[in-house]
Design a protein around this ligand. Structure first.
Ligand code: SAM
Length: 316
């Protein structure tokens, strides 16, 4: 049904996706999707940016649900992707190109300007930057990224976008829970994953590193990262665990594992006014998962959005 994608992936995707959303979701793997960006309110000239895009002949549409939440997000037709990417406002950090799904995780974590936030898997920094913007560069963000070239890209992006409340650390996120226990008000864990939502049926490179073995490897790392992120939270603190994969091994299974190992972990409900959502799974391949996984949300891809998994967890 989705030629160009791995058969194992298709078989599982068709089992996971709600039937009512399957046609749009399947089509999204072959579509040239519109590109989304948001104005960077940390940049003094961000209110002039739309006029600059008008001058360049780049057309944009506001994203209503994002504007309602205070994020100045817009979409641009796929045909103008290159033009937007190489535009001056993108180069100077007046705007940041980011998928709409990626904006949801900071929005739901809702960091406050007097808090200390840990971003446990931060590069290239899209979510760190949005959180800094939401915090008006107040409070503190500690951003962790162990991969050297990605770490330097993270630093460059933070500087270009005018982020001043963030310190960066080239460290393995799995160590942070032990190094800084009970420390942070909020934790963002946008976990390294098999990136299934980035699959493009026309681009063989997008799927070449994927296999069920890769999914299992990611799952092992994610189980350790989610425990580490949780241990780093203060009592009362909140963590966002998210991935851009569909595999339960990378989503509900690490979540269920955390709930089993940390009795003081609780899943918070997620309220999002989108029609491409489903509840988290409470069972996979005959194995029961923690019933509270139902409170997490799966975002299914469509012509505007990429797939995502979102879970909000509180330490009590
Ligand atoms: N949050 C980022 C954003 O919005 O721009 C994207 C993060 S990406 C999904 C996951 C990141 O985790 C990658 O940059 C990867 O190098 C990093 N990573 C891989 N292993 C890690 C580990 N053990 N600890 C922390 N981060 C890790």
């Amino acid at each position: 049904m989705i030629a160009g994608l791995p058969l194992d992936f298709i078989e599982r995707f068709e089992r996971l996706c709600p039937p009512s959303l399957l046609a749009d979701a399947a089509a999204s793997f072959t579509q040239d999707k519109s590109v989304s960006f948001r104005l960077n309110r940390l940049h003094p000239k961000h209110l002039e940016t739309l006029a600059s895009l008008d001058q360049l002949g780049i057309g944009y549409q506001p994203v209503d649900w994002a504007h309602e939440q205070g994020i100045m997000a817009y979409t641009v037709a796929a045909t103008q992707r290159e033009q937007l990417t190489h535009s001056l406002p993108a180069a100077t950090g007046e705007l940041y190109i980011q998928s709409l799904s990626s904006m949801l995780a900071p929005l739901l974590l809702a960091p406050q300007s007097d808090e200390w936030v840990l971003d446990l898997a931060a590069a290239p920094g899209g979510k760190t930057i949005l959180m800094a913007e939401m915090m008006k560069n107040g409070g503190k963000i500690s951003a962790v990224e162990p991969v050297k070239n990605r770490f330097f890209r993270l630093q460059a992006n933070l500087e270009r976008l005018g982020v001043t409340n963030t310190k960066t650390y080239m460290k393995d996120g799995r160590a942070i829970g032990t190094l800084k226990p009970d420390t942070f008000d909020r934790v963002m864990l946008d976990a390294p994953c098999s990136s299934e939502s980035r699959f493009d049926a026309h681009d063989p490179e997008s799927v070449e590193h994927w296999s069920l073995r890769k999914v299992a490897e990611c799952s092992k790392k994610q189980k350790r990262l989610i425990l580490s992120g949780f241990d780093a939270l203060k009592t009362g603190g909140i963590m966002m665990y998210c991935t851009c994969s569909f595999s339960p091994e990378e989503n509900e299974i690490p979540l269920s594992d955390l709930l089993k190992k940390r009795p003081n972990a609780h899943v918070l409900p997620i309220t999002l006014d989108l029609c491409n959502l489903s509840e988290g799974l409470t069972e996979w391949e005959g194995k029961a998962l923690d019933p509270r996984c139902a409170l997490s949300r799966r975002v299914w891809p469509n012509a505007q959005m990429d797939g995502f998994f979102l879970a909000l967890i509180q330490k009590t």
